[in-house]
Design a protein around this ligand. Structure first.
Ligand SMILES: *Cc1c(COP(=O)(O)O)cnc(C)c1O
Length: 342
């Protein structure tokens, strides 16, 4: 019989709620949130908006819905948003803004440091002419592929959007990893954005949910879209309680994940058959590239040891709270033994 998977490097979405988190969920005070009567959801929204330095916030089932609500609220039919080619809200969300909002994406490539070059952004802004969609919004991602964007860049991007009368949205699925990496309060990052989406269900360890933060009129409109999309939830305080726990207990500890990622990257870089990417901007991800011929047998070797990595020629290893330093040592030993043999 195959051993159970005990170490899972595929994503930080795989984190499970700890027993203390489950306890606060079972004790959460609840009501009907579509009526605005769930005290735990309201509390989560207040805590999140205060942390992000925004007027208001909205609890939603997923990061995908949070980004979609932002796009539907910033842009109307025939409008356009600019985002990275590899941006989650362009590439990995089923084209939702086009499917449901008649909103056109304008993707451009990310630079190696995960920024969007502002001159490139400028070159794709459309003139006010009936041939073109109306460019309304710039979207950044932080962290992007695990890399943190500098505050100087965010400041420049903010000024750029002011100069070009664009909105600025942050897909901050992992914005707390960014804040911990820069050793700043998260609002130092979010101050530059009109709206911010944050995942509770990744490194923060909640089972479900994201929050969209922004100005009061914006969130009021997004709340309307959330209902339209079927995202209005009833006694959702059980889930919100997990989010509150994540925001209040699991932020500082992300530094441990970053240290563990650096430790893993260092050890794997000693393996000649692997090429390891780990930039100074990196937080909790290690990218490794290997010969295509190794992929299947590496996967099988790992699985036999209870380790899940979803190997590909270029593989992302994601560190999170359910992977300890000793788990990483275990994985390093398996990697080293495997590549000694090939
Ligand atoms: C995971 C993720 C999302 C979407 O979150 P889901 O809850 O999986 O829908 C959005 N953006 C980024 C950058 C992500 O990593």
């Amino acid at each position: 019989m195959k051993d159970a998977i005990v170490i899972d490097f595929r994503s930080d979405t795989l984190t499970k709620p700890c027993s203390e988190m489950i306890k606060v969920m079972t004790e959460a005070e609840v009501g009907d949130d579509v009526y605005g009567e769930d005290p735990s959801v309201s509390r989560l929204e207040r805590i999140a908006s205060e942390m992000m330095g925004k007027e208001d916030a909205l609890f939603v089932p997923s990061g995908t819905q949070s980004n979609l609500l932002a796009l539907l609220t910033h842009c109307g039919r025939g409008d356009e948003y600019i985002a990275g080619q590899a941006a989650h809200l362009y590439r990995y969300e089923g084209g939702g803004a086009a499917v449901l909002g008649g909103i056109q994406p304008q993707p451009i490539s990310f630079e190696a440091d995960s920024t969007l070059d502002l001159n490139s952004v400028k070159s794709v802004i459309k003139p006010d002419d009936s041939h073109f969609a109306r460019t309304k919004l710039l979207c950044l991602e932080n962290t992007q592929a695990g890399q943190v964007l500098s505050l100087d860049y965010l400041k420049a991007a903010h000024q750029f959007t002011v100069d070009h009368t664009l909105g600025l949205h942050l897909d901050g699925a992992r914005v707390f990893n960014a804040a911990v990496k820069l050793n700043v309060h998260v609002s130092e990052i979010t101050q530059y954005f009109d709206t911010v989406s944050v995942c509770l269900s990744k490194g923060l360890g909640a089972p479900v949910g994201s929050v969209l933060c922004g100005g009061q009129p914006f969130i009021k409109e997004a709340r309307r879209w959330r209902k339209v999309l079927g995202g209005g939830m009833r006694q959702a305080g059980i889930l919100a309680a997990a989010g509150i726990f994540g925001l209040t207990h699991n932020v500082e500890r992300l530094a441990e994940d970053h240290d563990n990622a650096a430790y893993l990257a260092q050890a794997l870089s000693e393996i000649e058959a692997l090429s390891v990417e780990f930039s100074p901007e990196q937080t909790n991800m290690v990218f490794i590239s290997m010969d295509e011929g190794c992929v299947e047998s590496l996967n099988n070797t790992m699985l036999a040891k209870g380790i899940q990595i979803a190997a590909e020629p270029r593989t992302r290893l994601v560190i999170h709270k359910d992977i300890s330093k000793s788990d990483i040592d275990t994985a390093i030993d398996v990697f080293k033994a495997f590549f000694k043999g090939v």
